[in-house]
Ligand binder design. Sequence first.
Ligand code: NAP
Length: 259
Amino acid sequence: MDLGLKGKRALVCASSKGLGLGCARALAAEGVDLIMNARGVDALEASATSIRQEFGVDVVTLACDVTSEDGQAALIEAAQGVDILVNNAGGPPPGMWTDWDREDFISALDANMLAPIALIKALVPGMMDRGWGRVVNITSVSVKSPIPVLGLSNAARAGLTGYVAGTSRQVAGSGVTINNLLPGIHATDRAISLDKGVSDQQGITMEEAKAQRAATIPAGRYGTADEFGATCAFLCSQHAGFIVGQNVLLDGGAFSSAM
Ligand code: NAP
């Protein structure tokens, strides 16, 4: 299927590795020119080089922290006129509900709620003026099914989800869609660090921790960044213009519900 994206430009935040990289690669495979971002320069440049070589698209890199005001200002300047925005950042650390103070919540809100909102506010007006745009926010399965040890994530992502629910309906008439992609467990560095948390807490090996977590997924395995990216590219496609304000869950069936 031709997704109709050739020649579009996208800002993909937090995209040197993992799910963000999966989204960047899937968009590049459709002929989308990219602005890629992460804090670490080495992995960012390596991923950008590999995408340029494999897909022949233009890739601009911007090494900065998307959760900081300076980082957001630099990204917004570089991304003027983009057609597609993929919002992403690292997830907050796990812990107990008693662990977190105000500063921890502010950090989580900055990363997983306020950064995407700042980029939406800065870049969606241009998309509306041009009559076409796509925003995909990488959130989490925890929005539908809270993960107790990820209380900071549960809280911050719920805030973004509420914002998107209203905002997506305010901008849809201008040809701009905003949707959320909710990853369940995917095989990325983030999954390894959460496997390690289980391994440390229960005194079991990493393999046992991974097997234990995979056993909670009806598909019987972790998802891949490629699968995740392909869904992102479809949500950005010409065919997805009637999908507005949705929360699309990719979790191998782990969250059991009738709808
Ligand atoms: P990952 O494999 O750890 O990759 C994170 C990427 O984001 C890296 O490229 C990292 O590069 C970049 N990054 C992190 N913090 C950043 C920041 N402040 N500014 C700019 N770039 C930043 O993580 P992932 O598994 O792809 O997860 C992506 C998001 O999905 C996270 O919010 C995570 O919590 C969420 N999620 C993941 C899963 C899962 O199973 N993988 C499940 C549910 C939710 P640098 O470190 O160099 O900046």
